[in-house]
Design a protein around this ligand. Structure first.
Ligand code: URA
Length: 308
């Protein structure tokens, strides 16, 4: 017999979800993750056969270009029927299942990113790219905000809940702090260009995996290359590490000029600084970010003077 949960039990479960970062319901009904192993195996068998078949076909035709859909329709890791139902319940999701990013998808991402000749094309390519699993749980692609022609470009890590809902970077609490930080050096978000390394919100705001970062990296690198900012600001450790190709921690590297080199070899001065979300938790460090932004202001002014 099914026992109904008491009000207190329900409250405890909700508190647990909240602490675990589950702040969004994708479907009304929770997927049954306790399906029998046999049911899961049966559900996966056709996909595994399809993959074996695809591998066999690719082996028979040497040098044949991989079919563009192969990446997402024949994934290296398949999902069960419950997860498929979950994806299908979200409007506008491609019907294909999501794959855990692998090297093939990273290569496809590089190819697509390089093909884009404008930022609009890049956004279109990213929107049509099915190779990153994060796309399937996000509501919106978060590509950019502000002025793509701006001298200053700022890059964060990944969108949060508010950004996912609005489809714009840095519009939540940390975005409001970022606006204040920019205002302190006489800049507003419409006179800067803002983006993230990862353009889809990781579920529950978890940290993106290294594979997810690798698959998104070609797109943000191309975005910087096409926007051609005079100065780049990397917000927080993850963005700084990815774009400045270092393993140094952000507290160590902040405040010192580094260089971001685009794939066509253009060097852009880059200032790593503290992420606004970190500053909300550690307000005593706001003064450090303030100093970094003053450096940015001076650099922008000197670059403008050189042009005039
Ligand atoms: N944190 C980020 O890194 N990016 C956003 O867009 C919002 C919060």
């Amino acid at each position: 017999m099914v026992r109904l949960l008491t009000r207190d039990e329900l409250r405890d479960i909700l508190a647990f979800y909240q602490e675990a970062g589950v702040d969004d319901a994708l479907v009304d009904e929770a997927p049954d993750r306790l399906l029998s192993a046999q049911a899961l195996a049966n559900a996966r068998a056709p996909a595994i056969e399809a993959r074996a078949d695809s591998v066999a076909r690719q082996t028979v035709v040497p040098n044949a270009p991989p079919p563009s859909s192969s990446v997402s329709s024949v994934p290296s890791s398949t999902i069960g029927p419950d997860e498929q139902r979950l994806y299908d319940a979200v409007p506008d999701r491609p019907m294909s299942v999501a794959a855990v990013p692998d090297e093939g998808q990273v290569m496809l991402a590089r190819e697509l990113a390089q093909k884009a000749r404008t930022l609009d094309e890049l956004r279109e390519h990213l929107a049509s790219f099915d190779g990153c699993n994060l796309k399937y749980t996000a509501k919106n692609l978060v590509f950019s905000d502000g002025n793509p022609e701006a001298d200053l470009m700022l890059v964060g890590e990944a969108p949060g809940r508010d950004e996912d809902i609005e489809g714009l970077p840095f519009v939540g609490r940390s975005g409001r702090l970022l606006d204040q930080m920019l205002a302190a050096i006489g800049i507003d978000r419409q006179t800067a260009y803002i983006a993230n390394v990862i353009p889809w919100r990781p579920p529950g705001n978890r940290t993106p995996t290294p594979q997810e970062t690798e698959i998104c990296r070609p797109f943000i690198e191309r975005q910087i290359e096409l926007a051609k900012p005079k100065v780049l600001v990397t917000l927080g450790g993850p963005s700084s590490k990815v774009l400045l190709k270092t393993t140094d921690g952000v507290l160590r590297m902040r405040g010192k000029w580094r260089t971001h080199v685009t794939s066509s070899g253009v060097s852009i001065p880059a200032m790593p600084t503290l992420h606004p979300a970190y500053l909300l938790r550690t307000p005593a460090h706001k003064k450090l970010a303030w100093r970094d932004l003053l450096e940015v202001k001076v650099k922008l002014a000197s670059l403008r003077e050189m042009i005039e």
